[in-house]
Structures are given as C-alpha cells and as structure tokens.
Design a protein around this ligand. Structure first.
Ligand code: CP
Ligand code: NVA
Length: 313
C-alpha cells in the first residue's frame, strides 16, 4: 500500500488529495469493505471514542447515513446537527468552529456556499470534511472513482463522460479524475457549464498527471467510446425555482437507451438522488450497466477509509 499520512488534514476540495493519497484511500477502502462485508463488523475498530460532528444546511440521505453508520462501524460516534442549531445565524461560523474543535475530533459539513466550509476549515484545528457545497462534492468523487477503480484497476486514461450540469459533482470528478490522469469529458447545455476557476485548476492537474479534460455540446460526442457515463440532477438543491427552465435546457441531455447505444460497453453512474424520467430513464437506472447503487454503497467504504486516515492513531 502507498504510505502517505492524511492525519489531521481537511478535505475541502477534491484537489486537496494527491494521486498517492487517493491510491492509499482506495487501498484502505478495499480492506475495510472486505472485512465489513465478511463479518459485518471490524475486529479492531480504529476510531473508538472518536466523535464526528455533522453539520447539514441541506437535506441528505447518503451523506448523513454513510458518515454516521461509518463512524459507528469504526467504533466511534457521530452527531447530526441541522442548520437550526449551527451555521444559522446564532453565532459566526468561526465561533462554531472554535467550539466544536474543543468537543469533537472532526467536522463534516454540508453547506450552501463553499466559503462556509473553507472558513470552518480555516478556523477549526480539527479535520473538516466537505459533505457537499455548491462548488464541490469531494466525498462523492472519492467513492465514484473508487467504484471505477474496483472495476477497471488503474484509472489512467480511462474516459469518463459526464452528461448534464457542470456542477459540484462534475467539478469534484474533474479535479480528482485529472489528478488520476483520467480523461474527464463533459457535455452540457449552453449556460450550464462549470466554474472557470475549477476548470483551470483541473487542467493544471491534468497537465501535470497526463490526464485530459474534454468538452462537448453534443452528449453523443462526449459518450462515444466512454468507459462510464455519469449524470446528476438537472436541478440541484437550492435551484428549485429554476426547475422548469432547466428541464427545457437539459432535455437533450437525458441519459437514456438511445444515448447509451453510442457507447455499448459504458457503465452508467449517478450520484443520487435521481429524478427518474428527467436526467435518467428508469430502464437505464435499473438496467445491467448501472453501477449507481455500488457508488452509493461505496460512499460508506470510501468515507470510512477517509475517516481512518484523518483520525486514527
Ligand atoms: N449523493 C449524495 O450526496 O446524496 P445525499 O444528498 O442523499 O447525501
Ligand atoms: N448536484 C446535486 C448533488 C446532490 C448529491 C446537488 O447539489 O443537489
């Protein structure tokens, strides 16, 4: 296994991890997954008496349950805090950080603005993990690329096509995929492209690693020859008022049987929650090429690996 230490670090952006660190997390996730699936328990839980505070400004199924169950399985404990309790105007983000660092061992936060997680990380002396902001979703990317690693091994040069919104999920996949020298493609409608600064950073990482970022207007062009086709909601949390105009703008970007005919070997991915009949059809989501629920399961294993690397010892 790669020997790198993430002890005490933050995970705010997918760009915070080097290829060696991602490789070490994949190896740890594989070990933890194998042991957990065989025994439904860990013989020596590595995070006894450790506590994770989880701050949520937005709803969650997967992120909340995988972090909370993950801490329990590792011998520790997680505390679920909603916006009404913290980050809701009772006190500053900095003061929240300066309290929590005295009570718990790490913070996981799902916020609207990315700056809130950045500020938590700057102010708290304990690890801060980004559980989704409007800019990024690094834990999702870690689990997704671990899922592809389980299927394909070395990810260098592997073409991953993202079809839809150039959003938080795309950003983190592009940054981590670039670090791992993948070919990350995006097909998006005009006006729904990614953040230029994130793309510039991903390009730097891709250039350094030997990866590639590719952009297309036509989803068929992006999907042609892809190893996996990924999509996400057309309307992300917080954008509900735009749902109707987004449905029109994205209509051509549905992942369905016709689009997948262009890439007969491609696996199908989605971070969930899915809007069946919008960005993805039910037959594709439930079909034999879908690895969507493996991705979801791997949120548990990949994040347990992350928690162990940040906190154990
Ligand atoms: N994919 C994901 O983060 O799911 P939740 O919003 O349910 O946490
Ligand atoms: N892009 C979606 C991802 C949900 C996990 C959102 O931000 O709502």
């Amino acid at each position: 296994m790669n020997t790198v230490s993430l002890r005490g670090r933050d995970l705010v952006s997918a760009a915070d991890l080097s290829a060696g660190e991602i490789g070490a997390l994949f190896a740890r996730a594989s070990e933890l997954k194998a042991e957990y699936l065989a025994e439904r328990r860990h013989a020596s839980p590595p995070l006894e008496r450790r506590t994770l505070a989880m701050l949520f400004q937005k709803p969650s199924l997967r992120t909340r349950v995988t972090f909370e169950a993950g801490m329990t399985q590792l011998g520790g404990h997680a505390i679920y805090l909603t916006e009404g309790v913290v980050l809701g105007g009772r006190e500053t983000v900095g003061d929240v950080a300066r309290n929590l660092e005295r009570f718990v061992d790490a913070i996981m936060a799902r916020t609207g603005p990315h700056e809130v997680v950045l500020e938590l990380a700057a102010r708290a002396a304990i690890p801060v993990i980004n559980g989704l902001t409007i800019r990024e979703h690094p834990c999702q990317a870690l689990a997704d690329l671990f899922t592809l690693h389980e299927r394909f091994g070395d990810l260098r040069g592997l073409p991953l096509a993202f079809v839809g919104d150039g959003n938080n999920v795309y950003h983190s996949l592009a940054l981590m995929g670039a670090t791992l020298a993948m070919e990350v493609r995006l097909a998006h409608p005009a006006g729904y492209g990614p953040n230029e600064r994130v793309v510039a950073r991903a390009r730097e990482l891709a250039d350094a690693a030997g990866g590639r970022l590719v952009f297309a207007d036509d989803p068929r062009e992006a999907v042609d020859g892809a190893a996996a086709v990924y999509t996400d909601a057309w309307t992300s949390m917080g954008q509900e008022a735009e749902a109707e105009e987004r449905r029109d703008a994205f209509a051509r970007y549905q992942v369905n049987r016709d689009l997948l005919a262009v890439a007969p070997e491609a696996l199908v991915m989605h971070c969930l929650p899915a809007h069946r009949g919008e960005e993805i059809t039910s037959d594709v989501m439930d079909g034999p090429r879908s690895i969507i629920f493996e991705q979801s399961e791997n949120r548990l294993h990949a994040q347990k690996a992350l928690l162990v690397e940040l906190l154990a010892g």
